[in-house]
Design a binder for this molecule. Structure first.
Ligand SMILES: [Zn+2]
Length: 423
């Protein structure tokens, strides 16, 4: 798009930043840091383990109502959706939209004690609690932007769909955003997608690190360790398969990793186990490498099971039967990369130039994997402030300079509505 070439994007962003309503939105964000951090403390006190996000979804839907979003609804998987309309368009318009999203789920199991503590630190507010940064920072940033845009009546060229989604962390496998993209009502209408995840204001994830995860199960007849000796052992086969897999050569470029994550099996030291299970995780920026590793896994397991069965057969009548195996895919995040001249990147560069920020482009596995793999201009970025201890009980967040990041996201979102409307 000529309109979003490197030089014109800057003119466009400067014009947006000069609008009176945009100034009013910036002023609201500048004047309300306490409202935001208090809301953040309220949010982190609500548990949101993977597959248990409902209480947080309800909280978010109530905030959407307070702020005055339209078309608020919670879908079948507990994603919460609201709309900031483009006021010159009819409410039932089916034109392009821009999505602004943040994931609601945390990595913490339901029983984790969540006792948020607020303090002052170096002129900023500091919140300590599991999930304070990942992703309460994203959710609160998204709410703040929605509130500032609605209250200040910022003119949007296309509606912004605000999405609090489930299922980003761990075995959630991006199910929230995946489900969102399967909605027929939005099919083909999403022109751009901005994901807010964690803190920071100087980087954006534009390369989607893909991953494939598998659970391997090997079953056998089991038996007494002495009287049934010779019966094939699922743990022996599993150990052999995993040892082979661990020796698979991995390229440095495209960046590719392999992890043997868990292993379980057996009931007691003097029993031949009836089953063994293991889970493995492959990650790569290349879908070809992921496929190669999937093939290597199947080969390693099949060979190990065949060999173990062959040895048992060789021992003759003492074997009570043979081993079987199953390999189940438990995670699949697509690998993809945003083009360097993607309109959303041109717009972000223009915004950052306007604000005097240097953007660092990174590789990551985020909700943006789904739209990037669909060819939609999308990225994942921090919602400002600073944070640490992500995925630990010592997680913290500081709202120091959150304001700059919120301005950055607001300008980017408004610029993308202009781009969307011209498609
Ligand atoms: Zn996150």
């Amino acid at each position: 798009m000529a309109i979003f070439s490197r030089s014109t994007a800057f003119t466009r962003v400067t014009a947006i930043a000069a609008q009176r309503a945009v100034h009013a939105a910036f002023a609201w964000m500048h004047n309300n840091p306490k409202t935001l951090i208090d809301r953040q403390a309220e949010l982190v006190a609500i548990p949101a383990p993977p597959f248990g996000e409902e209480a947080r979804s309800n909280w978010l839907a109530a905030r959407f109502t307070e702020i005055g979003l339209t078309g608020i609804h919670t879908d079948a998987v507990c994603n919460v959706i609201g709309i900031i309309p483009a006021r010159h368009l009819p409410a039932d318009s089916t034109g392009p939209v821009v999505v602004l999203s943040a994931h609601l789920d945390t990595v913490f199991p339901a029983a984790t004690p969540l006792r948020p503590t607020l303090s002052r630190d170096n002129g900023a507010n500091r919140l300590a609690a599991p999930g304070a940064c990942d992703n309460a920072a994203g959710v609160i940033g998204m709410l703040a932007l929605a509130q500032a845009l609605v209250q200040s009546k910022v003119k949007l060229a296309a509606p912004i769909v605000v999405l609090g989604n489930v299922g980003e962390e761990g075995e959630g496998d991006l199910r929230g955003v995946r489900h969102f993209y399967e909605q027929p009502a939005l099919a083909g209408r999403i022109a751009a997608h901005i994901v807010l995840d964690g803190a920071g204001a100087d980087s954006a994830v534009t390369q989607a690190l893909g991953s494939l995860r598998f659970q391997v199960t090997i079953n056998g007849p089991g038996g007494h360790s002495f009287t049934d000796a010779g019966t094939p052992n699922p743990i022996a086969a599993m150990a052999s398969a995993l040892a082979t897999l661990a020796r698979t050569p991995l390229p440095e470029k495209p960046s590719t990793t392999l992890n043997l994550g868990t292993i379980r099996g057996g009931t007691s030291v003097n029993s031949i186990p009836e089953s063994a299970t293991a889970s493995v995780d492959f990650r790569s920026t290349s879908s070809d490498e992921l496929l190669r590793l999937e093939v290597a896994l199947h080969r390693a397991v099949e060979d190990a099971v065949d060999q173990t069965n062959a040895i048992a057969k060789h021992l003759g009548s003492r074997s009570r039967g043979s081993l079987t195996f199953a390999i189940k895919r438990i995670g699949d995040r697509p690998a993809a990369q945003l083009a360097n001249d993607s309109p959303i990147l041109e717009a972000l560069r223009a915004v950052d130039r306007h604000l005097g920020i240097q953007t660092d482009l990174r590789l990551g596995s985020t909700d943006a994997n789904i739209p990037i793999a669909l060819g939609i201009p999308a990225l994942s970025m921090g919602a400002g402030g600073d944070g640490g201890g992500a995925h630990t009980l010592a997680e913290w967040y500081s709202d120091k300079d959150r304001e700059t990041a919120l301005r950055r996201i607001l300008l980017l979102a408004v610029a993308m509505t202009e781009w969307a409307a011209e498609q």
